[in-house]
Write a protein that binds this ligand. Sequence first.
Ligand SMILES: C[S@@+](CC[C@H](N)C(=O)[O-])C[C@H]1O[C@@H](n2cnc3c(N)ncnc32)[C@H](O)[C@@H]1O
Length: 418
Amino acid sequence: MYHGAEHKTITCYEKGLDLTVENARKCRRVHDRCGTTFTFFVMTVSILVFSLFEAIPFVHGVIGSYRILKALFKIALLPIVAGLSYELLKFLSKTNFFLFIPLKLPGLGLQMITTREPDDEMLEVAIAAFKKALLMDEDPEEPECRFVCPEKLAVLTSEIKAKLAEKGIDESDAEWIVSYATGYKRSELGKDVTVGGKAIDKANALAEERVTGRPLWYIVGNANFYGYEIKTDERALIPRPETEELVERALRHINGESKVLDLCTGSGAIAIAVKLKTGAEVTASDVSEDALSLARENAETLKADINFIKSDMFENIDGKFDVIISNPPYIKSGDIAGLQTEVKDYEPTLALDGGEDGLDFYRIIAKNAREYLTEKGIVFLEVGADQADSVKDMFDGFFVDVIKDISGVERIIKAVKI
Ligand SMILES: C[S@@+](CC[C@H](N)C(=O)[O-])C[C@H]1O[C@@H](n2cnc3c(N)ncnc32)[C@H](O)[C@@H]1O
């Protein structure tokens, strides 16, 4: 069938038609210069040439008694046979004079066996391949196509795992990469299915990028946060699963009537989840214009109506809120150089650096929270491991709860204004 698609495409081109599936479909599936016809001519011409050769008296008499010599002479004649067949093919393809038609018919008849009517997808393949060949003819710099053989999903997954493991990168990243490149869920990677060259190329390209140290979620371009696809890139911190727990806790105290402030919003993940889950009035702020532009894109894509404000902490914030949520930068300045490459070299330092002891932003929040909270308003904060006690002590005049995350780390501070 692809043979037929190839003929139709060439005919379409030779007729000067646009190379489209519609035009190619109308062209015939046999072609005067086909290899099948050529094979037929080689057979016919060789019979003629070798018969004439045998008829030469010298050959018949002297050489004829030495079989090996005769065979060698025939081999030497093969270029003549091929050359004559080629010239015949070329000549006949240029004429439709009725006397020559009988010479064409056997080859065309054979092609009815070696070709079938192609479907539209096959025509698309043939057209794409032909266009590529034209490009390569026009421009010697045009690279050749590389054909990747399909392989089993499980094989691809273990190859990518091995590639990442060599650079000390976690196996689960390989699963995400293969899942993203092939469209199969991570839970389906054990399935006995074969994946094509495009998906394999994509998985390998993603793995190549991952071994440079670039975080998986920046490569993939989005991360799932609380059930929402959040676009991720170098403009803001990648939202983490621990922060979903912060949202989970805060949502228990938010409804459609609530006014909520997400301080240090980054990608906008917290604000978007709160808005979409509750319909509350949400304000989100960040000092970084880059982060805000990403947060706005995310809010627009997910249709979350949020009031974004560029602000150095509370500087440009007005009004009072029932709930203030924040996951501020909390890494000690001196610890940043020791973080993993994918964090320290790719995620914004502004999103990480919490000052000398990592607590600068909590001090600002604790100092201002009372003024920006409604009566019985609540502050929800994500804190780093070992920071909970220090942050708790900052909230004088609040009822403070320390909540552990699923790993048992004291991760969330809930401070209720009293
Ligand atoms: C740890 S990230 C959190 C991002 C997001 N809320 C999340 O959980 O994924 C901290 C954010 O604080 C922002 N930030 C840093 N300094 C700030 C400041 N002085 N005022 C407001 N935001 C600030 C950073 O730009 C960054 O987006």
